[in-house]
Write a protein that binds this ligand. Structure first.
Ligand code: LFR
Length: 490
């Protein structure tokens, strides 16, 4: 029996999850949970990094001192792209920005006047999102040039937290490959992109593979848990890559959806697919464990539903997710559609209003009830999956879909995804990211031998549920309507 501790930081909460592997199965238990939201300070969105560090240490203490378990290692994953800068003396320079901060709006176009889009794509394989690290650094150079010029090191958020815990600086491959700063042909930080930014690549760290031991807990933390200098292992520190690492694919022709705040939908490929077609169809390439590649699209996902719930709460009614989904289940189908990826849904003050505005702008009826609102969001997400699934077919044919992540608890969404995409949808591992984090640690520490073994343990540890497509005609008609509405708002 071996135990590992995962730190998983998501948009709504951070968790420490203890994983125990015994007889080829992984069992997971939440040890500590805390809120994780962006700090809005004078209109700027930041990570509350000090508080997160304190919560992580608290969770480690809980695990060892209260639960009585000394894990073999600790691994950290977070969402992609955000970073902090260190001064020469190793101290953190300011609070890291959160990627939903609006300061990068419009910067893609400006940067691409310095280096053409196709060229950037050819180098990095990453699709263009204004929050990518590339554009965040471009914004930093504009707004805080003194700080960037004085920085000695850039550490992405999981690296930064691992550095706080161990004193060692390193960046893991999956996170590097989602920054839009990493050259996938040379397998190194892209010196031309850095030259264009006017920033030296010397601030970047060596890139290590998932499974590499970074260091051990610093003396202060170790002294609070009986002197145990537990190793910190680089997992696939990008949460998406951790989630995909644990998907027990049964066929090489399955597409995946990692369904959480974001929906990441794509296929696993042996190598990067950097072609005009992949760019035209808006696919990004991101790295995973053992140098694997994921050709995927970032879809705005359950964020829109999460924020709908929040704005309903702000207007006086609070629902938990099962109740909101139940209301959606009972609501009428296909009354209106929105493009989940429309920029107006990225970080609106009031999501219900943003949805109503979209409906007005597209001459559709505005949802009148909470159930109707949620139904519009869930159906629109299923139709976005259909659009993406069709695009995947053009590049790497897929026959069915595996879904992992918290989104699988939304059974209505899973069924509507099968209906919209007209293929079987199999849901596995609601805690896919934590499972990937834990199993990658086990692999790095020698407890599992291969990625295949990671996946066979993941398969043995969850009961898959398959959803079969129904209502083909209704969904085909809905899709045609959806396409024309979305096209009109492009
Ligand atoms: C998912 C995710 C996506 C990334 C987005 C922003 O949590 O990590 O993969 O594109 O968040 O970092």
């Amino acid at each position: 029996m071996s135990c590992y501790l995962a730190v998983d930081l998501g948009a709504e909460s951070g968790r420490l999850i203890l994983g125990t592997i015994s007889e080829g199965k992984l069992e997971m238990r939440e040890i500590h949970r805390f809120a994780n939201g962006m700090l809005n300070i004078n209109g700027q969105y930041h990570w509350n990094i000090g508080s997160l560090y304190a919560e992580i240490v608290k969770g480690i203490e809980q695990c060892v001192n209260v639960e009585g378990v000394v894990p073999e290692s600790i691994g950290i994953d977070t969402w992609g792209v955000d970073y902090g800068l260190l001064a020469e003396d190793g101290s953190l320079m300011g609070l890291p920005f959160a990627y939903r901060d609006p300061r990068t709006t419009g910067l893609i176009e400006e940067f691409c006047s310095l280096m053409p889009k196709e060229e950037i794509y050819r180098r990095t394989g990453n699709l263009f999102a204004s929050y990518n690290t590339l554009f965040q650094l471009f914004a930093a150079k504009k707004h805080h040039p003194k700080m960037v010029n004085a920085a000695s090191d850039l550490l992405f958020i999981p690296d930064l937290l691992a550095y706080f815990l161990t004193g060692v600086k390193a960046t893991e491959f999956s996170f590097a490959t989602t920054s839009q700063l990493y050259n996938r042909s040379t397998n190194s930080w892209d010196s031309e992109l850095f030259a264009t930014l006017g920033i030296s690549t010397s601030i970047m760290q060596n890139v290590v593979s998932a499974g590499t031991k970074i260091g051990t807990l610093n003396k202060t933390v170790a002294s609070r848990i009986g002197g145990h200098a537990i190793p910190v292992v680089a997992v696939a520190t990008h949460d998406t890559a951790s989630a995909i690492a644990a998907i027990p694919f049964t066929s090489s022709r399955s597409a995946f959806i990692s369904s959480g705040t974001w929906s990441l939908m794509g296929v696993e490929t042996d190598k990067v697919i950097i072609t005009d077609e992949a760019l035209a169809k808006s696919f990004t390439n991101e790295g995973g464990i053992e140098g694997r590649n994921y050709l995927l699209k970032n879809l705005m996902g359950l964020w829109v539903l999460q924020q709908t719930r929040r704005s309903i709460k702000d207007s006086g009614t609070e629902y938990d997710y099962p109740t909101l989904v139940h209301l959606a289940q009972k609501a009428e189908s296909f009354t209106a559609f929105v493009d989940i990826d429309h920029a107006s849904f990225l970080n609106p003050e009031d999501m219900c209003k943003a949805i109503a505005d979209y409906c007005v702008a597209t001459n559709q009826p505005v949802p009148q009830t909470h159930g109707q609102l949620a139904r519009v969001v869930i159906e629109s997400l299923a139709l976005k999956y259909r659009e993406t699934f069709d695009d995947i077919q053009a590049i790497a044919p897929a026959e069915d879909i595996m879904i992992t992540g918290g989104g699988i608890n939304n059974k209505l969404l899973c069924q509507l995804t099968a209906n919209a995409c007209r293929v079987n949808v199999t849901a596995v591992l609601p805690e896919g990211t934590a499972a990937g984090n834990l199993l990658t640690q086990a692999w790095g520490m020698g407890g599992l031998e291969s990625v295949d073994e990671i996946r066979s343990v993941a398969a043995a540890s969850s009961i898959p549920v398959t959803y079969y497509p129904t209502e083909a005609q209704q969904w085909n008609d809905a899709y045609a309507r959806y396409r024309s509405i979305v096209a009109a708002m492009k």
